[in-house]
Design a protein around this ligand. Structure first.
Ligand SMILES: [Fe+2]
Length: 597
């Protein structure tokens, strides 16, 4: 061990900040047996939010008989043998943060690979690898992964294995949300009863006829989700290889949530304001994700945790990450609304909700209020309500961050889909009542089309804007126009949407919805034509694949950005057959166009 020069370590929220020259601890003998490592560190380790001079290290220690603080030491080195140690320290974990540890190591060198490990309870952890960001003026190509939506119930994380097996490493992994799902058997998209299941200790019951189906409710529940997901070997492996940059979407709290409200669940749980539940969800996210932000335990949502932030990665990449859940308006059409009613204060010139499809046949349902909404009726209602996805303050911050960045590429980490997702059923041989043009879901930007237009008008004329998106469980590549209904002008930006790591593909969900109600049976034959209908209705799509899983890789250079969709067909079989289909695109600098490679 190098000589120990103890510098000041200080507590910063739950983050312990340690300068790279701080060296102490990790002496003595420790077991490195895999079964001991698995017992003491069942969630593995990880790192996150790499900056040019710092990175966050993360680990959790499983307590045994200890009731108080558990000592833990860490080491950071430039070599895997830990001969050149640049930082180390003695710290402790407590039940206040569920025995998780966050260490911010500072004064590191830019664009440098580091190795790190921990020692606690007589056992040394595996070695993690991480990498700092290049300095803002460093002219280096960047290769990173982006991913979203890793439902655990009955599904395996083969997509992560595919990423780990890539011959060329990535610099970091951008995770766009739905890291955990708050339910253990939502019949809309989860199949309970599999051997791969999740236990929710407290929870709220979500189905009248099945007390085993629950949604996370308490802090113990949300912590339990992360603890169980993070035991997955493939997920642990990618966390040990690459730093993660994480934002959340809805399922880290509740399906289709807005602010501190969960939405209706299968006619049992209504739209419900629950700041304590939101606070618990945010705290657990913060404890388990190595993000370089602070949690204020004494503040109420959304002031307890702000996840929107930027991260500069060398000369060519500015990551601009938004939060599309904490500040958004309610959905324009409430699930429980009287179909013949209008938004509060709306004049008679605004059509009633029934014009958008709202029906007493689907009372208290997301069908025809959030999903499958008639465009012609919805658009004037939305134009009157003017809902916000980002909230005024975040929108101002976002536009400013995009405009002022001098990076070659401005990459928007955008949770929910930007490109219009329309389904035109007017020409099919189906009952007259279904012949319309529908938004597939207005939980995404289609439900906030006035604000989307405002943002695109503000950003039109800037070069090299790229939205990277998750949420919808499909691979899409699209060119985004100010007016999605008139694509005669030049696009403003491109969007690449990544499918779920494992979550039920959107076409599979659509099939489930159609099969769930005899009223929708007439649409069954249309589901296999999902992508054809989507692309025929919306010319912004260059590519669409809606029945698939996987992970995406981005390669950034000064002159172009390439995106590779690594497509994995089967995630329900435990053993992966190793097959990956790679589909690739590029956007040339200055074009806002998607080209197939
Ligand atoms: Fe998802």
């Amino acid at each position: 061990m190098a000589s120990s020069l103890r510098r000041r370590s200080f507590l910063h929220g739950f983050v312990v900040t340690v300068a790279a020259s701080n060296m102490v601890g990790c002496e003595g003998s420790f077991s490195e047996e895999p079964e001991d490592q698995d017992r003491v560190y069942p969630q593995g380790l990880g790192s996150g939010d790499p900056k040019a001079d710092s990175v966050i290290l993360w680990v959790r220690v499983e307590p045994e008989d200890e009731t108080g603080a558990i000592p833990i030491s860490f080491e950071v080195a430039t070599d895997e043998a830990f001969e050149d140690i640049v930082a180390s320290g003695d710290l402790e974990v407590t039940d206040a943060a569920d025995h998780t540890l966050r260490v911010k190591v500072t004064e590191l060198a830019p664009y440098t690979t580091y190795f790190y490990r921990f020692a606690s309870r007589g056992v040394r952890s595996i070695t993690g690898r991480t990498k700092t960001a290049p300095a803002a003026d460093q002219d280096v190509n960047v290769r990173f992964a982006f991913a979203a939506c890793q439902d655990f119930i009955g599904r395996y994380f083969h997509s992560w294995k595919a990423l780990a097996q890539e011959a060329e490493p990535v610099d970091f992994v951008l995770f766009l949300g739905d890291y955990v799902y708050e339910t253990n058997g939502d019949p809309d998209f989860q199949e309970s009863g599999s051997e791969r299941t999740i236990t929710i200790t407290d929870g709220i019951e979500l189905l009248e006829d099945d007390p085993n189906v629950k949604g996370a409710s308490t802090l113990a529940d949300y912590r339990g989700l992360y603890k169980q997901y993070r035991r997955d070997a493939d997920l642990r492996l990618v966390h040990s290889l690459y730093p993660f940059i994480c934002i959340w979407d809805d399922h880290e709290f509740a399906n289709d949530c807005w602010q501190d409200h969960s939405t209706d669940f299968n006619d049992v749980e209504g739209d419900e304001k629950n700041p304590d539940r939101r606070h618990a969800a945010s705290q657990a996210w913060f404890e388990y994700q190595p993000a370089d932000i602070e949690f204020d335990a004494s503040a109420a949502p959304p002031d307890d945790l702000s996840i929107f932030r930027t991260l500069r990665y060398g000369k060519h990449v500015e990551l601009i990450m938004t939060d599309q859940r904490s500040y958004r308006s309610d959905h324009v059409i409430p699930e429980g609304a009287d179909p013949e009613s209008r938004p509060p204060g709306a004049p008679d010139t605004v059509p009633p909700y029934s014009a958008a499809g709202k029906s007493t046949l689907f009372e208290n349902s997301e069908v025809f209020s959030r999903n499958f909404v008639i465009k012609a009726g919805f658009d004037p209602i939305e134009a009157f309500v003017q809902p916000t996805m980002l909230g005024a303050a975040q929108k101002e911050w976002f536009l400013d961050a995009v405009k002022k960045s001098d990076a070659t590429w401005r990459v928007w980490a955008n949770e929910t889909q930007l490109v219009q997702m329309l389904i035109d059923l007017t020409s099919f041989d189906i009952p007259e009542i279904f012949k319309g043009i529908y938004y597939f879901t207005v939980d995404q930007w289609d439900g906030f089309r006035s604000e989307r237009r405002e943002i695109l008008e503000e950003l039109a004329g800037l070069n090299n804007l790229v939205a990277l998106t998750g949420d919808i469980h499909a691979f899409y590549a699209a060119e985004i126009h100010v007016d999605p209904d008139d694509v005669s002008d030049d696009p403003v930006m491109v969007e690449y949407v990544t499918a779920g790591i494992s979550s039920s593909p959107v076409q599979e969900i659509a099939q489930g919805v159609v099969e769930s109600s005899p009223l929708l049976e007439a649409l069954t034959d249309l589901v296999p034509q999902f992508d054809t209908i989507l692309q025929a209705t919306s010319p912004e799509y260059i590519y669409a694949k809606s029945l698939i899983h996987g992970v995406s890789i981005v390669e950034v250079e000064a002159g172009e950005m390439r995106v590779h969709f690594l497509q994995i067909a089967d995630v329900k079989t435990k053993e992966w057959d190793g097959s990956v289909e790679k589909v690739s695109f590029r956007t040339v600098s200055g074009t806002s166009r998607v080209e197939s490679l």
